[in-house]
Write a protein that binds this ligand. Structure first.
Ligand code: SF4
Length: 263
């Protein structure tokens, strides 16, 4: 079966993660572009990211906790649209919970760093490059410049902190962002900093040449497979408990005979 929709123009780190988890998920989300309803967790993530994005749009001396809290009403207006509210069944109690969790994350964030002292090269920075023949695109939360002049990739995380033995996946997206930055700016970021604002904890990892090359190579390999599956008209499903647990397409897959494990 040939797809009616064109092949996506580029591959982002999150879509690559979809593909690597289950190629059929990539087919549904990126090729067929089947809408995925918001969840409470995704809405909360966008809400908190919006607040921090606005905070960093201010001049450094103005980036205070009061200023961050001042962006919450605007986040309600921009992120909690009627559609999102209906998709996550947001009632009064749900809204109160989201506002309370956001307030706590703002408070914890200010124990992690002082945004008045931070120099950023970009906020919500859009980076598109081609590595070998693979078009890659991503939006970085922040690209900072530290006191030694090094580039640091900073990513806000509103979910739970991974356990202590961080698996390779924890840093995978950000490591691919490092490859994008190196290609775009001819300068490799030296560090990745993940800010788990829900717990007030930061985890960091140095960026090595080997890792950046490996991430870029695996994106190129995936893109070649994506093109092949697209031409075949079918992306294989690789159902598993882990892959299917957080997937929006379980009902669709079951209706197509994919043996999706029960949640
Ligand atoms: S439900 Fe499972 S098999 Fe289907 S697309 Fe999602 S991850 Fe893949």
């Amino acid at each position: 079966m040939a797809f009616e929709q064109p092949l996506p123009k580029s591959l982002s780190p999150s879509r690559l993660a979809d593909f690597q988890t289950c190629p059929r998920r990539y087919q549904h989300a990126s090729v067929e572009r089947i809408a995925q309803p918001a969840s409470y967790a995704t809405a909360k993530g966008r809400f908190v990211h919006y607040v921090f994005e606005q905070l960093f749009a201010l001049d450094p001396p103005d980036r205070t906790m009061a200023a961050a809290r001042g962006f919450v009403p605007a986040a309600e207006e921009h992120i909690l649209t009627t559609q999102v509210r209906s998709e996550i069944n947001l009632d009064e109690a749900g809204l109160a919970q989201l506002l309370a969790e956001t307030d706590l994350m703002i408070e914890r964030y200010f124990t992690m760093e002082d945004p008045r002292t931070i120099t950023s090269e970009g906020i919500e920075m859009r980076v598109g490059v081609t590595i070998e023949d693979t078009p890659l695109f991503g939006i970085l939360d922040r690209l900072d410049r530290d006191e030694q002049g090094n580039l640091i990739i900073v990513d806000y995380k509103t979910g739970s902190l991974p356990n202590r033995n961080y698996d390779a996946q924890t840093f995978a997206n950000a490591e691919l962002y490092a490859a994008l930055c190196e290609e775009k700016f001819h300068e490799r970021p030296t560090k990745i900093r993940l800010l788990y604002v829900s717990q007030g904890e930061t985890i960091e990892r140095s960026v090595s040449d080997v890792v950046v090359k490996a991430r870029a190579t695996s994106a190129v390999t995936a893109w070649h497979k994506i093109k092949r599956y697209y031409d075949d008209g079918d992306f294989p499903a690789t159902p598993s408990k882990n892959a299917c647990r957080f997937c929006s397409f379980t009902e669709l897959c079951r209706s197509q005979g994919v043996p999706v494990p029960p949640r």
